[in-house]
Structures are given as C-alpha cells and as structure tokens.
Design a protein around this ligand. Structure first.
Ligand code: GDD
Ligand code: MN
Length: 359
C-alpha cells in the first residue's frame, strides 16, 4: 500500500479551527504524503476562503457545495474526489485529535481495511460529557447493534473519525442521511477486517456544534433506510408473519384438542401453546434467520431452548400489559391485549436477534 493519505474534512462555519487544525495534521503526518480535502457547505463565515488561502503552504484543496447540506453527504462528495490509497475522515473542530491519524495509518499498513477511532474501546472516552449525553450516545450505539446486526462487532459505529483503504468504498452505493457516514460505510462497504483505535473525544474550544434534534431524527431515518436496503426490515416482517402463523396454529389446535379430542381446555391450551412455539421456532430458523444459524444439532437445541425462554418472557410481558392496561387504565381488554402483543413482539424480536440468533 502506498503511503498517501487523503483526509476528508467536512466543514460548516469552522473559520477559527482551520489554521490550528491544518498545523496539527501536518505535525501528526510528517512521515506521510497527505492531502486535505475540505468539503464546505457554503459556510457564511469565510471557512472556505481561509482554507483556500492556506493551500499555498499546505496540500489543501477546498470543495464548496452550494445546493446541498449535510455532514455525511459532504463526506460522500469528498470520497469521489480524493486520490490517496488511504482515506481518512475527521471533524474540523479538533474534537478529533489529529495525532490518532498516524496510529490509524499503522493499523491499515498492518492489513486492516478500516481503522475506527473509537470512544468505546479500552483507553477511549469522551471529555466532559455528562450522564445524559453518555446515555443518549450509548443508546444510539445500542440501537444500531440491535437493528443492524452487521455493526455488532464494532463498539463505536457512530464515530466520525476513521481511516480506510479506498477499495472499501469503491463501487459502494452510499446514500447516507444525516451525520453517520461510518455507519453507512460499515453497512454498504466491502471489507473483512475493522480495527478500533482508542481516542478521547475532546471538548470543542472554538466555534459551535451543529448537532441538534434534527440530527437525532435523521439518525433514526438513516437506520430505517439501512434496514430497508440490507433486508433487515424484511426480516422483521418475516418474524411478524411467523408470529401470526403461530396464532393460527395455537387457536386451531386449541379448538381441535378441546372439541374433537375432548381434552380439558387448559390442557389443550398448554399443548397448543408449546406447539405454536415449536412451529414458530422452526419457521424462524428456516426462514427469518436462515442466514444467521450455525449448523449442528447442539447449536440447534441451544437456539430452541433460548427461543422457548424468550417466548415465555413474551407471554409474561403480554399478560402484564393486558392486566395493567385493563385494570389500571380501564382499557377494553381486547385492546389491551393488542398493546400487549405489540410490546411482546418487540421484546421477542429484540432478544431473539441479539441472543438466540446472534451469530
Ligand atoms: N459540509 C458540512 N455540512 N459539514 C458539516 C455539516 C454540514 O451540514 N454539519 C456539520 N459539519 C461539520 C462540522 O463543521 C464539523 O467539522 C463536523 O462536521 C462535525 O460537526 P459537529 O457539529 O462538531 O458535530 P459533533 O461534535 O456533534 O459530532 C461529531 O463527532 C461525533 C463523535 O466522533 C460528528 O462527527 C459525529 O458524526 C461523531 O460521531
Ligand atoms: Mn464537533
């Protein structure tokens, strides 16, 4: 791998950060040939002009987008324009310490295809974050791990600071929404190995963050879009369909055993509940999670055991909600049950995807 590093830095109103940032990058990458490509979304504060004025002293290029805005899409634009074999992405506001770039370059030289500067591996962290911000951030990571299984091996898929071999994104159809460009690349890129390098996300000293509620909503939209593109939405639909089939098995057998075979209805119920759990398991194993099961009889029995436990939890949740809404909120019991089924379905899906078929 040649040692040319292209840095893509999205900017929006970062006037006071540009000069100190370039100086620190230049110091950190003294052992490498590098270029910096700023992708500026027509900042009103002269960011692009300041960056351009430094291009006589440093290997700096500036791309100005006038019709579009957004951190992640700015990075996609940058990816189309860079030349290096190694491509890094970082923020302009010095919250990402440039010194980590050299460490990430080493990781790529040692064969990894993506190096992620990570807040959530040992040695990493966030400077000056309160409890609420930590919880929101961890919650966002949890949501990605839950809904996009391919991200589960990575502790900080939300990082905006990373370096990759350009082949990872060559030919990838990148259509990110909002801020999380790494998430898009992890889901849509071609690669085998990712290594996380710890770093501390520093507090901002100049300029202002552009993060707002808008980006949180964009994040949810982005996850939804990736679920759709990667077939995870279809997987959830299959899971619901299988659950529905279980209701028919359960009801049908309950009727048959009670009316035709003449069993006491509670005994029929116990048999039909377990039968529907078994048919649900079989269908989910063959159909919903066919790509996520390991072969062999022992793993199969393990999955079956887990699925039974999860279903038991689901029934408990369903009944607790049925009771709570009916007794304490005065809701009609069939409506309460519908709510119970919805929550139990979410529980069943979450725990089964994270545990039973975790891979
Ligand atoms: N071109 C462009 N367009 N750049 C933007 C835009 C935009 O609409 N919005 C923000 N930026 C630039 C900022 O100028 C800065 O360089 C970088 O993107 C990050 O923006 P901040 O507003 O400082 O984001 P943050 O500090 O809340 O979050 C960042 O750090 C997180 C932790 O690593 C983001 O990079 C997150 O993606 C990242 O996870
Ligand atoms: Mn920032």
């Amino acid at each position: 791998m040649s040692s040319v590093i292209s840095l893509i830095i999205p900017t929006y109103n970062e006037r006071d950060n540009i000069a100190p940032l370039i100086e620190r990058i230049d110091g950190a990458l003294s052992a490498y040939d590098y270029e910096i490509v700023f992708v500026d979304d027509d900042s009103g504060d002269g960011t692009a002009e300041i960056a351009s004025s430094l291009s006589s002293r440093y290997p700096v290029r500036v791309i100005v987008r006038r019709d579009e805005r957004g951190l992640a899409s700015a990075v996609v634009e940058g990816l189309k324009q860079v030349k290096g074999q190694m491509v890094a992405v970082m923020d302009a506001d010095l919250q990402h310490p440039p010194e980590v770039l050299a460490e990430m370059a080493k990781v790529l030289e040692n064969g990894a295809e993506i190096a992620v500067a990570s807040r959530y591996v040992a040695g990493g962290g966030c400077q000056g974050w309160g409890l609420v911000r930590r919880i929101i951030s961890k919650g966002a990571v949890f949501l990605a791990h839950l809904l996009l299984p391919a991200t589960r091996g990575i502790k900080d898929p939300m990082s905006g600071f990373f370096m990759l071999d350009r082949r990872v994104v060559e030919g990838a159809d990148l259509r990110p929404t909002g801020y999380k460009i790494l998430l898009e690349i992890l889901m849509m890129g071609q690669f085998r190995s990712v290594t996380e390098v710890p770093y501390t996300f520093k507090t901002r000293t100049r300029g202002e963050s552009k993060l707002s509620a808008r980006q949180q909503i964009d994040y949810l939209k982005h996850i939804y879009s990736l679920m759709r593109r990667k077939g995870e939405l279809l997987r959830f639909a299959k899971f619901c369909l299988v659950g529905l089939s279980g209701v028919f098995v359960n009801m049908g057998l309950l009727w048959l055993l009670t009316e035709v075979a003449g069993l006491f209805y509670l005994l029929s119920a116990a048999i039909s509940i377990e039968t529907s759990v078994l048919t649900n398991f079989t269908l989910n194993d063959l159909f919903t999670f066919h790509d996520r099961r390991s072969s062999g009889i022992k793993p199969l029995l393990k999955r079956l055991g887990k699925f039974n436990l999860v279903s038991l939890g689901g029934v408990g949740i369903n009944m607790a909600i049925l009771w709570l809404l009916t007794e304490h909120l005065g809701l009609y019991y069939l409506l309460s049950n519908l709510c119970g089924i919805a929550v139990a379905t979410l529980w069943n899906y979450s725990v089964n995807t994270m545990w039973t078929w975790k891979k």
